[in-house]
Structure formats: C-alpha cells, structure tokens
Design a protein. Structure first.
Length: 297
C-alpha cells in the first residue's frame, strides 16, 4: 500500500492524521444541508482541510503502518520519510493525488494548496447516503366540499332502516351484558384458585437433615505494581494504537494511567515482583525496544 492509502484509511477513524515533516489532514463534521435553489439534499459529512504547520510525529500514522505491515515502528517511520521525499519531488513539477482524499499542488509562492475530493465522505454514519435532487413541489388548491345538513340526511333514510338499526343495537347490548357476566364469573373462579395455591405455598415447610458444611476460602489478590513502559503519549488515541500494536506482537500490554506531565503511559507488561520485572526488562531491551524502562507504583 502507498502512504496515501494509509492516510485514507485513518481519516475514517480519526479527526486528524499528521504526516511527519509534511503536514496534517483535518476533518470537521458538518450537518446535513439542502440547496433550496436546486432542491438538492446533502447528507452529513466530514469536511477536509490541510494544515502544513502540523508536522510533529504523534505516532498515529507510523503505528498504524507498522501494525498493518507487521513491521517495527522505526521501519514505518523510514517508509513515511521515503514517501514524503517522493511527494516533494513530484510537487515541484506536477499535482499529486492523495488516494480519494484530494489533490496537493504548489502555488506561485511555493505554498501547498489542498483541494479535497468532493465525492468522498469520511463520516461512517453517512455510509450509503448520497446527494438527492427532487423536483419542486407544486401546490394545488382543493375544491370546497359543501356538507350535507343533518336534516337532509334524516329525510333520506327510510323508516325500515331505522328499525333494523335499533334492533341491532338492542341485540348488541344484550350480548355484551351476557359476556360481561360470564367473564366476571371466570375471573372470580381464577382468583379463588390462586388464593388457595398461595396458602399452600405459605404453609409448606422445607427441612434439610444434613446441611452442607461451610467452606472458607482465603483468596489472595495478586497486585502488579511493576510496569515495563513502552512509551508515553499526549493523545489517548495514539496510546491506544500503541497498545493494539504491542498486543498483536504477543505482549500482555496495558495502559497504566498518566504520569505527572499528563501523558498516557503504555506498558509492555506488568509484574507482581521487582525481580520478575527486571528479568523481563532485560529481555525486552534486547529484543523489542532499547528505550523500555521500569516503573514501580
């Protein structure tokens, strides 16, 4: 995969993706809108911008590339550096396309100009939604309906229909009354049966001749206060990315809180004794990271 493809993937999950020593792609959520002139409805989306001053390596892009390619963090940083060098060479003569994110070019003042791709929507909540244009709604006046007076209706109803209607009402009232009496009798019978069952349950006594003996278990809680730190991050999202990368490599990694500077610390593993932690630290320094260090809480 190219560097542009990794950036494209991350913009669906994060609001800011920084390319070290190049710039940052930023998304801002905007609500759904409508153009009353063209009668076009636009779904919610993420608006893309580019900031050339965001060049600090926050670890997000490198960690994602390392996890995807199953490589080390240092190899991912080297890959980004090579891709950025190619971008700078191409920008000197032409416009470069960053996957479906947009295009980058240099203006007359040699400043980066970013043109977002209008057809791309990085808001996952709007997946499958597209622009919709509908024709204008024409209002049609309805004809007024002249109501028929009650006196006219009465005159048009024959006498024998009135008698049939009265007989139907009488039969209906009688039927409803008889059904009400039967339903009440059934409810009374069910209530008496339920009361009898409750009395039997309350009067029942259960006796256990040989109760089981009580077993007391003394369980000692294992506390892991010694942590081998892999890194500390200002952004929580970067700490989570580092955590996932370590877990995929087989480490029992965890986040052990923030330090005095407010940075979120990620540990390779945690141990109950200092001796265990020191042995593990030697192994990790020799195989995984020379910058790992021991934290005791």
């Amino acid at each position: 995969m190219r560097l542009a493809d990794y950036i494209n993937d991350l913009l669906y999950r994060y609001d800011c993706v920084i390319v070290p020593n190049f710039g940052g792609f930023i998304t801002n959520k905007i609500a759904a809108s409508v153009n009353t002139t063209t009668h076009t409805f636009y779904p919610p989306k993420k608006r893309l911008t580019f900031n050339a001053y965001l060049q600090h390596n926050d670890g997000l892009l490198a960690n994602y590339i390392a996890a995807t390619k199953n490589s080390s963090f240092e190899e991912a940083v080297a890959f980004i550096t090579e891709e950025v060098a190619l971008w700078n060479e191409e920008l000197a003569t032409t416009t470069i396309q960053v996957a479906s994110v947009g295009s980058l070019s240099l203006n007359e003042s040699k400043k980066l100009i970013f043109e977002p791709n209008p057809s791309s929507n990085f808001l996952t909540d709007s997946y499958g939604l597209a622009e919709v244009t509908v024709p204008a709604v024409e209002r049609v006046e309805q004809e007024k309906v002249v109501p028929i007076s009650t006196e006219q209706e009465t005159k048009t109803i024959p006498l024998y229909l009135k008698r049939v209607a009265a007989a139907a009402v009488f039969v209906g009232v009688a039927y409803v009354g008889w059904n009400g009496i039967q339903n009440q009798q059934q409810q009374d019978a069910l209530a008496n049966q339920e009361e009898a069952v409750q009395k039997k349950i309350q009067s029942a006594t259960f006796v256990i001749d040989n109760p089981l003996p009580t077993i007391n278990l003394n369980v000692r809680k294992e506390t892991k206060n010694f942590h081998i730190i892999a890194g500390a991050f200002q952004e929580v999202s970067n700490a989570n990315s580092k955590l996932v990368a370590l877990q995929e490599k087989g480490f029992e990694a965890s986040i052990v809180g923030k330090n005095n500077l407010g940075l979120t610390q990620v540990a390779f593993a945690s141990y109950t004794t200092r001796e265990e932690a020191r042995k593990a630290l030697e192994t990790i320094k020799a195989t995984a990271s020379k910058d790992a260090w021991l934290l005791a809480k």
